[in-house]
Design a protein around this ligand. Structure first.
Ligand code: DX5
Ligand code: ZN
Length: 218
């Protein structure tokens, strides 16, 4: 399904109230729920691990899209699959054998995603296309919400779109997505837009209507 999907990142949600935040964004039109896992090592920030992912699973009725920013990543694939991830995305820098890591994600019963940092090219990605259901182009350096969109990634998305051709692989964009940057990405071929700060701004579980307005504005 190549229709445009919005995947709010719960990195910008109220961590004390994740279950209700997730139900609110789904009620307001979120297509997927993007879950950012950070280890304070691969990226300079810490979020949460498999127990929290498992705890929020029952609150998600759409797609649980888990983005692992942890290294080494291989020892944790099974735990995140068992916690209920639908999609697990990993960075090639997070282990010595990205091909094997992607195989392990599918072997664990999940869809596999490859996340590409802004400073990483598409070399070698063609050898991985049979193993992935999604390629995530990072339009910020991973680690934090609310960063500025890196425009140089637009060409990468176009190149990736050409490389993928008619294979059933999603192109996801993560970082700095706003109503201004989203059209650049969909024009370049992206179909899944992750957005954290732009979705959650101005709303709350007590007043979730702004979430819906923000989603529709993207
Ligand atoms: C960054 C994360 C993103 C982040 C996006 O490391 O992978 O998912 O939450 O946040 P915004 O949309 O605020 O740039
Ligand atoms: Zn992310």
């Amino acid at each position: 399904d190549r229709s445009i999907k919005i995947a709010p990142s719960i990195l910008s949600a109220d961590f004390a109230d994740l279950g209700r935040e997730i139900r609110a964004i789904e009620a307001q039109g979120a297509d997927w729920v993007h879950v950012d896992v950070m280890d304070g090592h691969f990226v300079p920030n810490l979020t949460f691990g498999p127990p929290v992912v498992k705890a929020i699973r029952p609150h998600i009725t759409t797609v649980m899209d888990v983005h692992l920013m942890i290294a080494p990543v291989d020892p944790y694939i099974e735990a995140f699959a068992a916690a209920g991830a639908d999609i697990i995305s990993v960075h090639p820098e997070a282990g010595p054998h990205i091909h094997r890591t992607l195989q392990a994600i599918r072997a664990a019963g999940c869809k596999a995603g490859l996340a590409i940092n802004p400073g990483t090219g598409l070399d070698g990605v063609d050898y991985l296309l049979d193993l992935v259901d999604l390629v995530c182009v990072m339009t910020v350096n991973p680690g934090f919400g609310g960063q500025k969109f890196i425009h140089s990634q637009i060409g990468k998305v176009k190149q990736l779109h050409d490389m993928i051709g008619d294979r059933p692989i999603h192109i996801e964009i993560d970082g700095g997505i706003t109503p201004e940057t989203a059209p650049l990405m969909t024009a370049a071929g992206a179909d899944v837009l992750v957005a954290g700060s732009a979705v959650f701004k101005g709303g709350s579980v007590a007043d979730p209507a702004p979430y819906g307005e923000n989603i529709r504005a993207i």
